[in-house]
Write a protein that binds this ligand. Structure first.
Ligand SMILES: [Ca+2]
Ligand SMILES: [Ca+2]
Length: 251
C-alpha cells in the first residue's frame, strides 16, 4: 500500500529538515523510497505502493541547530489518490517553438549528483499557462517531448510550465503519464519555484529510471508561482519522442 508520512515541526525554519522513508532488504541494505523537505511546519512524503516488509523513517537536519527541535511523525496509508485526468487539457504546450528550445528554462546535469541551472539561451522561459491550482480541482496539461538532441545537459526536449497555487492551496499531487511503449523515452519531472532553478523541490521524487508514471506529492506555499519541468532523459537505445499528460490535483 502507499504510505503517507507527515512530519510536523514548529520553529524549524532554519534547520533545513528532510524526512525520508527507506526500504530495508533482508541483508540490511537500505534504499530510498520517498523524501520531502519541511515547508513551514509540515513536510509530506508519499511512497509508491509498498509490499509488506521492513521500512525505516529518518528525520535529518542538514545544518547545525542551536537547540533540539521537537517534531511529530504521522504515518498512515495514503488514501488521497490523484488518477490521471481524462478529457480536454486545460493547457496544451505552446511555447516550444520550432527548435523545441523555447520553454526549456532549466538545464539538468549529473556530476554525478543532479545540478540545476537556468539555461543561457535568451528568451528561453517557462511557458505561461494562466492556470491557478485550487483545492479540490484537477488540472490537465498536455505536451510533446520532441525528437531533439540534447543541448548539452542530461536531457533532450525539456518543457517547463508555470502554474500558480490559490490562496488556500497547501498540497499538490502531480502525475506525469505517457505511453510506456518499448520505443518510448524515459521522462522525468522536476519542480521549482518560478524563476529559480535551485532548489529542486521534489528532491528527485519525479525522476525514477524507467517506464513508470512519475508521481510526486508535496507541500506548497499558497498564492505562489511554480515551474513544473518535464524532460526526456538523454540515453541510448530509447525512443526519441512521446506525447505526455500532466495531471495535477490540488488540496
Ligand atoms: Ca516539448
Ligand atoms: Ca522544450
Amino acid at each position: 500500500m502507499p504510505v503517507r508520512v507527515e512530519l510536523r515541526a514548529t520553529d524549524a525554519a532554519d534547520a533545513d529538515v528532510v524526512v525520508s522513508v527507506w526500504g530495508v532488504t533482508g541483508s540490511g541494505r537500505v534504499f530510498l523510497v520517498a523524501t520531502a523537505r519541511l515547508l513551514g511546519p509540515v513536510a509530506v512524503a508519499v511512497t509508491p505502493p509498498l509490499p509488506p516488509g521492513t521500512y525505516a523513517v529518518s528525520v535529518a537536519s542538514s545544518v547545525a541547530v542551536d537547540a533540539p527541535l521537537p517534531y511529530e511523525l504521522a504515518i498512515a496509508e495514503n488514501t488521497a489518490v490523484c488518477d490521471a485526468a481524462t478529457g480536454a487539457p486545460d493547457h496544451d504546450e505552446s511555447g516550444d517553438g520550432s527548435d523545441h528550445l523555447g520553454n526549456d528554462a532549466v538545464q539538468v546535469s549529473f556530476t554525478p549528483i543532479a545540478e540545476f541551472a537556468r539555461t543561457a539561451r535568451s528568451g528561453d522561459d517557462a511557458e505561461t499557462t494562466g492556470l491557478t491550482l485550487s483545492p479540490g480541482t484537477t488540472t490537465l496539461v498536455a505536451g510533446e517531448s520532441a525528437a531533439r538532441a540534447s543541448a548539452g545537459d542530461a536531457y533532450r526536449d525539456r518543457d517547463a510550465y508555470e502554474l500558480t497555487t490559490a490562496a488556500d492551496t497547501a498540497e499538490l499531487e502531480l502525475r506525469l503519464t505517457w505511453a510506456h511503449a518499448p520505443d518510448a523515452p524515459d521522462l522525468d519531472m522536476y519542480l521549482f519555484r518560478a524563476g529559480e532553478a535551485e532548489p529542486e523541490l521534489s528532491l528527485g521524487a519525479g525522476s525514477f529510471v524507467g517506464q513508470f508514471d512519475e508521481v510526486v506529492t508535496l507541500r506548497v506555499d499558497p498564492a505562489a508561482a511554480y515551474w513544473v519541468w518535464i524532460g526526456a532523459f538523454d540515453q541510448p537505445d530509447v525512443g526519441t519522442e512521446a506525447a505526455y499528460e500532466l495531471t495535477i490535483c490540488a488540496r
